[in-house]
Design a protein around this ligand. Structure first.
Ligand SMILES: [Zn+2]
Length: 93
């Protein structure tokens, strides 16, 4: 950010201008949550739920709301391998 007093550039993490010593205004925007990070978190949650549902289906548990009978062959191969890896890792089933 630029110093409001002398206009020189200052790194974002500085709270005083390196040149004139003027206190720099606080970066309020940086404190706000990053919307992209929030979207990524939801993506992780969605993937986690999908893996969990797949694990449950592999164990023969019918998941309410998913519809249809448990059918492991209907899942995407990469998702099944991830689920199998997670199952082996956690000692699930
Ligand atoms: Zn300055």
């Amino acid at each position: 950010m630029d110093c409001p007093n002398c206009g020189v550039y200052n790194p974002e993490d500085r709270d005083h201008c390196w040149r004139c010593g003027t206190e720099l205004p606080k970066q309020v925007e940086r404190k706000r949550r990053d919307p992209q990070a929030s979207a990524r978190t939801w993506l992780y949650v969605a993937v986690g739920v999908m893996v969990l549902v797949t694990l449950l289906r592999m164990c023969g548990v019918s998941v309410p709301g998913m519809g249809g009978a448990p059918d492991a062959t209907g899942c995407a191969p990469q998702l099944r391998s991830v689920a199998q890896l997670a199952a082996a890792f956690a000692g699930f089933c």
